[in-house]
Design a protein around this ligand. Structure first.
Ligand code: ZN
Length: 121
């Protein structure tokens, strides 16, 4: 895999900044939805189940958004010290196309799938 050019790094840095903005906005707007369901609220059993399901979905979305924020911040830090684009697992180039799709990705495809196989979920 070829190393990123300066122009590519600059483009991906802009993507990271934009992604961080979107993720933070998403986290801010979903804060209310992820609050525990108030069981004392008289909304009926079915709507309560519904509310709890929505709440747990909101929580899962927030957890993944928070993880992506951390990864995007770490990726930006790597841009600052010229380490961006290198896989944090094996040191190979992650590749522009993969980073264009997920600019915060810390691992190359091989390391990523290895990790996903090792820890399901
Ligand atoms: Zn790797």
């Amino acid at each position: 895999m070829e190393a990123l050019s300066e122009r590519e790094v600059e483009e991906l840095r802009a993507d990271l900044v934009q992604l961080l903005g979107e993720l933070r906005a998403q986290l801010a707007s979903s804060a209310a939805a992820a609050r525990p369901v108030d069981l004392s609220e008289p909304i009926g059993r079915v709507s309560r189940m519904d509310a709890m399901q929505q709440q747990s979905m909101a929580q899962a979305n927030r957890a993944s958004a928070k993880l992506r924020v951390q990864q995007a911040e770490a990726a930006l830090a790597r841009v600052e010290r010229d380490g961006y684009g290198a896989c944090q697992g094996c040191g190979d180039e992650v590749g522009f196309q993969r980073l264009k799709a997920r600019p915060e990705a810390p691992f190359c495809l091989a390391c990523q799938s290895l990790r996903e196989r090792r820890s399901p979920g």
